[in-house]
Design a protein around this ligand. Sequence first.
Ligand code: HEC
Length: 314
Amino acid sequence: MSRLIAPGRPRDMWIVAISRGVTIAVFCSGLAVVALAQDKSETVSAVRCGSIERIYQLSPRLYCGSRPSTAEDFAELARLGIHWIVSVDGIPPDVDAARTAGLRYIHIPLDYGSIETDQTARLIRAVEAAPGPVYIHCHHGKYRGPAAAAQTAGVLEAWPRERVAAWLSQAGLIPEEYPDLYASAIEPVKPDRATLDAIDPALLPDRAPVPDLVERMVEIDALWMELKEIAPDAVGEPALARQLGEQFRESARREESRRYGPDLIRSLETAAKAAFAVEAAWRDRQPAAAEREAVARSCVECHRAYRNRDRATR
Ligand code: HEC
């Protein structure tokens, strides 16, 4: 357990060890540290780090959590001893903020289906070549980041399958919702040495291109997060709901969306209508609880049908 207390960590940092459903909080004031870990081999510890959510330390060289968003977050990551950050999110990383804190970004955007073998190879190469601990993140730190961290732990730290499964269940990645992502997280195709050696870590990009629809969804997600801050019985700014509706409508017009077929286009148009209904209600100074629920349903239903598994198996 003492390995969790890395040198240089701020004194007020707390650590929580979660082992087989038992949560133990450990407060370290710089002197006394009392730990009651049940089974060290199954323990994944949560760490507090700025405004970052769901940040866990999986091994001395591997951390995983949500997207760092402030200068302080990056400074805290550096203080944890992190050197490189691997983003598997669709949002382009804030490379400048990371650099200011002395951190390097590597961007390997993943979707919610299987992790491709070349993505696994880049991920493993990045972590093994890093000069110190690595922080892997997606957006919320719930699914893609934990899946990438699971692959890394399986391949580089030789975690047995049960331990990987325990980690994924702790993170909240369930096979029913994300069957292909889960399958590749728990049983990664291990890249061979020649494949890894063919990747020059210096050339791994800090910003990788993402599909057009992902860019749209990133915008949609940001607007939706803002909208969700408004209480269901309150009246929000109509312009916010309008922007959301326009993003859906624009997504429906995009050439790339057509490749998913006419049903996806129709669902995007339905989502746009739901967002415009929120706008209309707010313009009339009415709360829009039912209309908002329709938008929320559109996210969940469409992701279930089109996002959360491989295209080939849909
Ligand atoms: C009609 C279908 C549809 C609707 C409605 C929809 N999405 Fe998506 N969304 C997708 C698809 C398809 C993808 C995967 C795109 C890809 O990986 O190529 C996606 C991806 C995403 C992503 C992942 C972006 C990344 O980093 O890779 C987020 C976040 C997201 N959607 C948020 C939302 C939110 C929030 C809503 C509702 C307010 C929503 N979406 C509504 C189809 C939809």
